[in-house]
Design a protein around this ligand. Structure first.
Ligand code: FAD
Ligand code: SF4
Length: 278
């Protein structure tokens, strides 16, 4: 009962925050690029390169493939078919390359990182329904590319567009894969929601999957300490109903059938019922 009351209070606070956010755009709760810092050098490069200020390259979809990992455990521990993990493993074992993805750290902060270690890449698995922090990771990508490493970067379409603009040229040794995405809530909303749950143990991992597919699952030292279905969990319900995304997600120019890169990754929900070969 206490948890339900805490969740309802949290949802009310979140809605009020969103209204306040609309009124006062300077009181940001989301990660925003600070164009002003670069302006100090007078080059105006960030304004010139910003994908929002510029047209983005798009690719019309010519072919579509539905695929999934044949390894059951690999598939079950991913969000959909486990294809992202197959690409990561291929880049590390077959191409001796580097991989980029995001994961929650021990304080549940969603951040991008680099890895060239097969054991590490499992942390990138599954969709995380909050905004991922890019930080200075594009610099590392550029460094790998200039060192002629095969490099794989998986992220949301706006992140891929940002990376392409940052690099300013095509690299043959770079593969980017964008996810189908309809919006992300801020890290702050997730922090406040978790805080409001008043969990007895310190949570150090979270997934949005479980036995019943969409499941809000919180872990402490690898033990599951909270598991709620997307039908009852308020954070999940708010996410699925699009209540609290980053403001620009509501008019996203990437949520479109013309994709920013040639490869993109999505779920084929219900395909089994429509096509007997699956
Ligand atoms: C916010 C969000 C909304 C989505 N909505 C849809 C949808 O409406 N329809 C649909 O078909 N598919 C959607 N997807 C994509 C889908 O859930 C799967 O991520 C995709 O099919 C890949 O599945 P997989 O099993 O191959 O890989 P997974 O094991 O799920 O690999 C996940 C990959 O996604 C990256 N990733 C996860 N979360 C984020 C994030 N917050 N920001 C940047 N990168 C991230 C990881 O770094 C990793 O590279 C969404 C994904 C996200 C992150
Ligand atoms: S909806 Fe658009 S702007 Fe928002 S995270 Fe997804 S790709 Fe980026």
């Amino acid at each position: 009962m206490t948890r339900i009351i805490a969740q309802v209070v949290w949802l009310a606070i979140m809605l009020v925050q969103k209204i306040v956010y609309q009124w006062n755009i300077t009181n940001m709760v989301f990660y925003h690029q600070k164009l002003i810092q670069i302006h100090a050098f007078g080059c105006n490069l960030c304004s010139i390169l910003c994908p929002i200020n510029n047209d983005i390259d798009r690719n019309e979809i010519k072919e579509a493939y539905a695929c999934f990992s044949l390894d059951n455990s690999e598939r079950k521990s991913s969000s959909s078919g486990g294809i992202a993990s197959i690409f990561y493993a291929h880049f590390i074992t077959k191409k001796n390359g580097s991989c980029y993805g995001c994961s929650y750290d021990e304080n549940l902060q969603l951040k991008f990182s680099r890895s060239d270690n097969l054991k590490e890449i499992k942390k990138y698995k599954t969709s995380k329904y909050s905004q991922s922090y890019i930080g200075k990771i594009f610099k590392d990508v550029e460094k790998d590319l200039k060192n002629n490493l095969f490099t794989l970067f998986i992220g949301t379409p706006c992140q891929i567009a940002g990376l392409k603009k940052y690099l300013r040229k095509d690299y043959k040794n770079l593969l980017t894969i964008d996810l189908i995405c309809h919006g992300v809530p801020s890290q702050k909303y997730l922090d406040e929601y978790i805080h409001g749950l008043k969990l007895k143990e310190k949570p150090d991992n979270i997934t949005f999957r479980g036995l019943n597919d969409f499941q809000f699952s919180v872990y402490s030292k690898e033990n599951l300490i909270l598991s709620e279905s997307s039908d009852t969990n308020l954070f999940f319900k708010a996410f699925l109903n699009g209540l609290f995304y980053r403001e620009n997600c509501y008019s996203c120019k990437y949520a479109n059938t013309l994709r920013v890169r040639r490869h993109y990754n999505r779920r084929f929900l219900g395909i089994r019922t429509r096509n007997s070969i699956y």
